[in-house]
Design a binder for this molecule. Structure first.
Ligand code: GCU
Length: 623
């Protein structure tokens, strides 16, 4: 349990890193430290993320939740705009006929959880603001048992209350969080209230402008997690960088019996070894084992047991090594090409925020049809089903935090927020073999402040996970009419260069690609992380008519010819698998608030360009 003070200290130290990069006066530094000491209270009551919730005893709280739409946040602030002690989180009911209560969850509307509010009712389609959610539940308390409430994700700012008491706040729409409720939960008549606010802010992550729909709400699973008093809180079990049989990592217990033996068991590999946790409940693990390696061709997952005396957790874990050597990317020691596609977390066919195993299976199934062995999940961590299904199906994953376009680089609170989202993304998916690349940014404009910000994230990620590759979707520029240069200073700190280009759509006509070459300042592998153009499915014409399938098809034909000529290209993830909603795309009868760069339409129909890319990927598979 991270106390407020300890969390403040850790983040203050984290901010020292930030402050060192900041040339301001000592007085301002002190001020920033004070600010940061206050800032972390955003998640003060948040307990360390509990790893692998599916491997635990849980009670699902999904379903219909009562809601109150509150554009003026009058359930949170009084008329003087001061936080009220008597807000909607009290779930109050009039006790007498004279008592004045001006809200009532139980006779208000309801929404499905998980799910965004925008696609559940037309009234909330464009809505950005606060919606209050309430879920009543009974819970049979048990001795020597702790209870946590876990959220897979809530967009964007969530204030969480149980039985009228504040239990915590979480900022960031795409990463999980949990709070302990052992002391507050009662046998019956519990009411869990969550204020979810998806208002965009300049200092937030992402910031004001994005090219995706700002779906609000409790967009992912909500569950109660039951654990013993001392339990296996978290663990990291993966192959050491560059090794094919040496496993390193750690196990962390939480509770009062912290110093105890913990056994790692991999029955199928005939492996079992005990380690002893120290007084903090931490044990480093380090062992060799004869393991079949995970790969797209053979996505081998092992049943792994993490067994302490007081608690046991099972997980499905794959083991693979991922590294670079010069301009090559090596999976299990062998050079690979990442045949990929970008995906937004837009639910297939029905639209709205995707959240289920079925959504993941449909989207990844389409990627497989394309011949992909890799997906770039843009521009934020997707739900856990996507990662677990990619692990099971053998699809490598690029996972990214929404440091997108023009973030407030000089704002220490924004950096702390981005670091926190990065930490949560890594915490949730660090044991997934499928995840090979962490990305810290997309299309961010060059500046010293930006570089300092992103370097900070890069070193944070390397501290948390020394084994995976780091990348970002960077900018590039023309050095002459026919040569594009990749020399973004950020490239120095990354393992894999990501680069977005829209030759043929925002930059000239499709055939422009025929005369282009790419150069790089770095001896590193390149993933062309975005390229493509819009087409409305079923809209046909000649190859120079925008918005037609023929124009999009032509872009892909010219792109693929250009890409094949780039000597250091080791992967591609064109923009994008399916059409997705965007508030920046209003063109009537063509876009209608959809970005139409999908290879598949919003109704699941494959466009002509899909088959052009599929043919190339099949060709690569034969090589
Ligand atoms: C950008 C951006 C995407 C966006 C795409 C587009 O490069 O990274 O988020 O949707 O281009 O313009 O379609």
């Amino acid at each position: 349990m991270k106390t407020l003070a300890r969390r403040a200290i850790t983040s203050a130290f984290a901010s020292l890193e930030l402050i060192d990069n900041n040339p301001c006066e000592p007085v301002t530094k002190l001020l920033i430290l004070l600010l940061l000491a206050l800032a972390p209270s955003v998640n003060a009551q948040q307990t360390d993320l509990i790893a692998n919730t599916d491997g635990r005893k849980t009670i699902n709280l999904n379903g219909q939740w009562q809601i109150i739409v509150d554009p003026y946040e009058s359930g949170f602030y009084n008329y003087r705009y001061q936080p009220s002690n008597d807000g909607y989180f009290k779930n109050a009911k009039p006790k007498t006929k004279s008592e004045l209560i001006e809200y009532d969850f139980d006779s208000s509307g309801s929404l499905n959880v998980p799910g965004d509010w925008n696609t559940q009712t037309d009234q909330l389609f464009f809505y950005e603001g606060t919606v209050w959610y309430k879920r009543s539940f009974d819970y049979a308390r048990k001795p020597n048992t702790r209870v946590f409430v876990y959220f897979g994700g809530a967009n964007y700012l969530a204030d969480v209350y149980l039985n009228g008491e504040k239990i915590g706040r979480h900022e960031g729409g795409f990463t999980p969080f949990n709070f302990e409720i052992t002391k507050l939960v009662r046998d019956s008549g519990n009411f869990l209230v969550v204020k979810v606010d998806n208002k965009r802010r300049r200092d937030a992550v992402p910031t004001l402008m994005t090219d995706w729909w700002n779906y609000g709400g409790l967009t992912r699973d909500v569950k109660l997690i039951e654990t013993p008093t001392t339990f296996v809180n978290d663990y990291f079990i993966q192959l050491q960088k560059g090794s094919r049989n040496h496993v390193t990592g750690w196990v962390k217990l939480a509770g009062d019996k912290l110093n105890q033996p913990v056994t790692i068991r991999i029955p199928e590999a005939g492996f079992s070894r005990s380690f002893t946790t120290d007084a903090r409940g931490f044990a480093a693990i380090d062992f060799s084992a004869d393991l079949k390696l995970w790969s797209p061709e053979d996505p081998k997952l092992y049943d792994v047991g993490i067994e302490a005396e007081t608690d046991q957790v099972r997980d499905r874990i794959g083991f693979r090594s991922i590294e670079t050597r010069g301009t090559d990317i090596l999976l299990n020691g062998r050079p690979i090409f990442l045949r990929g596609v970008c995906i937004h977390e837009e639910a297939p066919i029905r639209g709205g925020r995707a959240y289920s195993r079925e959504d993941a299976q449909t989207l990844l199934g389409w990627a497989k049809d394309l011949g992909a062995n890799f997906v770039r999940l843009a521009h934020y961590p997707h739900n856990e089903w996507m990662i677990r299904e990619a692990d099971r199906l053998g699809i490598m994953v690029w996972s990214e935090i929404p440091v997108y376009w023009t973030i407030e680089w000089e704002n220490p609170v924004t950096l702390e927020n981005a670091r926190n989202q990065l930490g949560e993304m890594i915490a949730r998916d660090k044991n997934r073999a499928a995840v090979v690349i962490w990305s810290v940014a997309n299309e961010t404009p060059l500046s010293d402040a930006r570089l300092a910000f992103l370097k900070n994230l890069v070193s944070h990620a390397r501290n948390l996970d020394p084994g995976r590759l780091l990348s970002a979707a960077m900018e590039r520029h023309y050095i002459n009419d026919t040569t594009q240069m990749i020399d973004d200073p950020l490239g120095e700190y990354l393992d894999v260069l990501g680069c977005n280009e829209y030759v043929g759509w925002y930059d000239g006509l499709p055939e422009k690609a025929d005369h282009l070459e790419f150069k790089s300042k770095y001896q590193k592998p390149l993933v062309m992380s975005e390229f493509g153009g819009d087409a409305l499915y079923g809209n046909h014409g000649d190859a120079l008519s925008r918005w037609t399938e023929e124009y999009q098809e032509s872009i892909y034909q010219h792109q693929i010819a250009m890409l094949k000529k780039i000597p250091f290209l080791r992967g591609t993830s064109p923009w994008i698998l399916t059409d997705f909603r965007s508030p920046r795309r209003p063109l009537p009868k063509i876009q209608d608030y959809w970005n139409r760069k999908g290879l598949i339409s919003s109704r699941g129909e494959k466009k002509k360009a899909f088959y052009v890319l599929q043919a190339w990927y099949r060709e690569l598979q034969q090589q």
